[in-house]
Write a protein that binds this ligand. Structure first.
Ligand code: MG
Length: 231
């Protein structure tokens, strides 16, 4: 059924999307945006920095009637990075990730990571939780491709690197933007809701974006991958 499984990193393997999220939502409220953490998740998760900036400018225009000034955009980026940095001691792997990855190694399937994160951060995050060795050298940053998610580029690039046709790839994604990217690449996508940022209704939004099924935790994911490959 599948010859490869391609994982997103943030919010799937590493529970990074929740880190600093409340602080950033509070900052945006101070700027006149009636946003909660859940709104930030819906609008911005899974995006490369440039795609994020473009979407933020669009939201600014909708809500404040004008795009952000360069200083405002810079301040927001700096604040988000600082919020993550200040809370980085809270960063953990998504529960059950290591066990799932080890279970996956027993299956006849190629493994890779395709992430919106910059290459250096991607390697740091995977190494920190002893995950990189399970994927190397197939852990790829969207820095390597023309367009970030929700464009399909990083998934197509990854499929080419591992030498598997897109139609034979299964993608595991936690963000609607990432789900759209995988579907656009012609891959089957399962939505994953085991991350700390997956609030009520998150699975429904991944289904709406095109996820073929929703998986709530890594134990279930390991079982369902084994079943899919056996069937
Ligand atoms: Mg993600």
């Amino acid at each position: 059924m599948f010859d490869a499984i391609i994982f997103d990193c943030d919010g799937v393997l590493v529970d990074s999307e929740i880190v600093g999220l409340e602080d950033t939502a509070a900052f945006m409220r101070s700027k006149g945006f009636a946003w909660q953490a859940v709104d930030l998740v819906q609008l911005f998760t899974g995006l490369r920095d440039d795609v994020f900036a473009a979407r933020l400018a669009k939201e600014y225009a909708l809500i404040l009637g004008r795009p952000p000034t360069e200083d405002e955009a810079t301040e927001l980026f700096a604040t988000m990075i600082e919020n993550r940095r200040r809370n980085r001691h809270m960063l953990q792997a998504v529960p059950g990730t290591k066990e799932m990855v080890i279970a996956l190694e027993a299956l006849p399937v190629a493994r890779a990571v395709a992430s919106s994160t910059r290459a250096q951060y991607l390697e740091d995050k995977l190494s920190r939780f002893d995950l990189l060795q399970h994927f190397a050298p197939h852990a790829y940053s969207a820095e390597l491709v023309a367009a970030g998610k929700p464009a399909p580029d990083i998934f197509l690039y990854t499929a080419a690197k591992i030498g598997i046709a897109p139609a034979k790839c299964l993608v595991i994604e936690d963000s609607a933007n990432g789900v759209r990217a995988g579907v656009s690449a012609g891959m089957t996508v399962w939505g994953f809701t085991g991350g700390g940022h997956c609030f009520d209704g998150h699975g429904d939004r991944l289904s709406e974006a095109g996820a073929a099924r929703i998986v709530e935790d890594h134990g279930t994911l390991a079982d369902q991958m084994a079943e899919a490959l056996a069937g």
